[in-house]
Write a protein that binds this ligand. Sequence first.
Ligand SMILES: Cc1cc2nc3c(=O)[nH]c(=O)nc-3n(C[C@H](O)[C@H](O)[C@H](O)COP(=O)(O)O)c2cc1C
Length: 341
Amino acid sequence: MYALARPLLFTLDAELAHHLTLATLSRAPGLAGLFPCAEEDPCEVMGLQLRNRVGLAAGLDKNAACIPAWARLGFGLIEVGTVTPRPQAGNPKPRMFRLPEHQAIINRLGFNNGGLDRVLENVRQSDRGAARLGINLGKNADTPADQALADYQQGMEAAYSLADYLTVNISSPNTKGLRDLQAGDALTGLLDGLAQCRSRLADVSGRKVPVALKIAPDVTDEQVRSMADAVIRYGFDGIIATNTTIDRAAVAEHRYAQQAGGLSGAPVRDVATRVLRVLKDHVGNACALIGVGGVLEPEDAVAKLAAGADLVQIYTGLIYRGPRLVGECVDAMRAFGGSRN
Ligand SMILES: Cc1cc2nc3c(=O)[nH]c(=O)nc-3n(C[C@H](O)[C@H](O)[C@H](O)COP(=O)(O)O)c2cc1C
């Protein structure tokens, strides 16, 4: 089925193909039933009971428009967003490019999204089935860096009661200054403020919603370890490794190599898995690890597990391989888990 759709979609501009696919799935979520539903491989991660270990990565469904369709494909977790407090248009087009020779995408969308009100209304209206729902939070492009905490707090307060978990995204390369939040006082100030915010919300609601930090691959091992220390110090629950890379070494000869933005897919696979390994060596079981970046084959998902991931997420692999990849990853990870026990 996807083998038929893909050549047609690939004749279109990448962002247009994306919008058409999402518009279709949003109006007709039942179409997802044409693909096999991923099997169960129950597990508990961040205190959440999950039907399997494979998730939809953030950014594919920024506005939470297609949750029922993702649930029908059998994802264990669905991460929507990144959502910013106010709606924003993102960067000028074109801003999304396919590099099929590398099974990769370069994007500089810049958190184009409908804002908290719209995204959370979509979440409220959507049946998530047996999947767990993550809401990925960001800051508006025009919010000054020293006021970033207020944007994330606003997101956390608004999304708290609707999310099974929350992600604090400080690793997109497409919002000026965002990655500066990954280090030093900016990081500790942000995590301290959000830890206090969560603690207040947990007291009021009686429910402690897990929070994960999503990090970039373009950092030194020392930076990875210091981010992990901060996550644990402030009592957060997981680290998502990684976002897209700004490194172009793997695609240097490609005609799109000099396009600004984040590179995803096969070229980010090894660096993202390496970050995972550094994290696992450093944190052990002190927090959950979610591996993302370059899962295009089931073996890639298994490699993330072997490096220490508790869960994996997929974005670019879905574009190149289609929904069948979800079930293939679940099966391979279950077999790997079985062989480990
Ligand atoms: C077009 C596009 C948009 C993305 N938007 C977001 C986003 O809004 N928030 C986020 O946390 N990650 C975003 N990502 C990053 C993915 O969630 C993922 O971390 C990264 O692409 C690596 O995984 P992959 O190789 O499976 O795509 C985006 C990726 C792509 C390709």
